[in-house]
Design a protein around this ligand. Structure first.
Ligand code: PXL
Length: 244
């Protein structure tokens, strides 16, 4: 079971590719990491971004696919429309099952994109992905719907162009899930903490790991919500402490 993360590097290790690899390991699958951009940041302050060229991202993907069989991938920070287009081309070429975390802004407030990339997600990547995992503000950008209530989240979830979970951290803990047009909600208790850096990265990578272990999409989502919740509660997600 080999899975792949295509995302940016957070050198402080809480988000991005490094966090994804820890989550893959914690759940018991082997992870590869394709780097789309370096960043200089810590959980509280974002300094700068140095993107990798689409050509070199393609070379990284091809070099891994040359010798590994990968079925499930997650994408995180993709930075520009050009990188989104490239990644969607590779998803098609290798028939990858992609979980897309439509990353746009870091928890610390840093800009993880060159420009508005919601249109590129909608046009290129979401139509051929198995799931996307936006938070409320990302879901607003993808759907064009303002989300203030559970009903708004349901509408947005139905409008987004693939299966989706709109995470509930900014909506009273209500996660809204649309799988093949069947919309459900799962409410989690909110935990008061300053330590939320990388939770979105860890959710999408946990889902990929559980899918690779043979779970269906709904089960993978439920187990991963639990994994991230336990991590936040313990102030230390991405390690073996979580119930998996
Ligand atoms: O959580 C979003 C995210 C994704 N990717 C990278 C990040 C962050 C947040 O900081 O740094 C590289």
């Amino acid at each position: 079971m080999i899975v792949m993360s295509i995302a940016g590097v957070d050198p402080s290790g809480g988000a991005g590719v490094f966090a994804d690899l820890k989550t893959f390991q914690a759940i018991g699958v082997y992870g590869c990491g394709i780097v789309t951009a370096l960043t200089a940041q810590n959980p509280y302050k974002f300094f700068s971004t140095m993107p990798v060229s689409p050509e070199y991202i393609e070379e990284q993907i091809d070099s891994v696919m040359d010798s590994y069989e990968v079925e499930f991938i997650k994408t995180g920070m993709l930075y520009s429309p050009e990188i989104i287009e490239l990644v969607s081309k590779k998803v098609k070429e290798y028939r990858l099952k992609a979980v897309v975390d439509p990353v746009m802004v870091a928890t610390s407030g840093g800009d993880l994109t060159k420009e508005d990339i919601a249109d590129a997600f909608n046009k290129y990547l979401l139509p051929q992905s198995i799931l996307t995992t936006p938070n409320v503000s990302e879901a607003e950008k993808l759907s064009g719907i303002d989300i203030n209530t559970k009903e708004d989240a349901i509408k947005a979830c139905e409008k987004i162009r693939c299966n989706s979970i709109i995470t509930g951290g900014h909506l009273d803990g209500i996660n809204t899930i649309n799988i093949n047009g069947n919309v459900t909600t799962i409410k989690q208790k909110l935990i008061e903490t300053e330590n939320l850096h990388g939770t979105g990265c860890n959710l999408s990578s946990a889902i990929v790991a559980h899918l690779a272990k043979g779970n269906d999409l709904k089960t993978s989502i439920v187990k991963s919500l639990d994994y991230v919740y336990e991590g936040i509660k313990n102030g230390n997600y991405g390690t073996l402490i979580a119930k998996i």
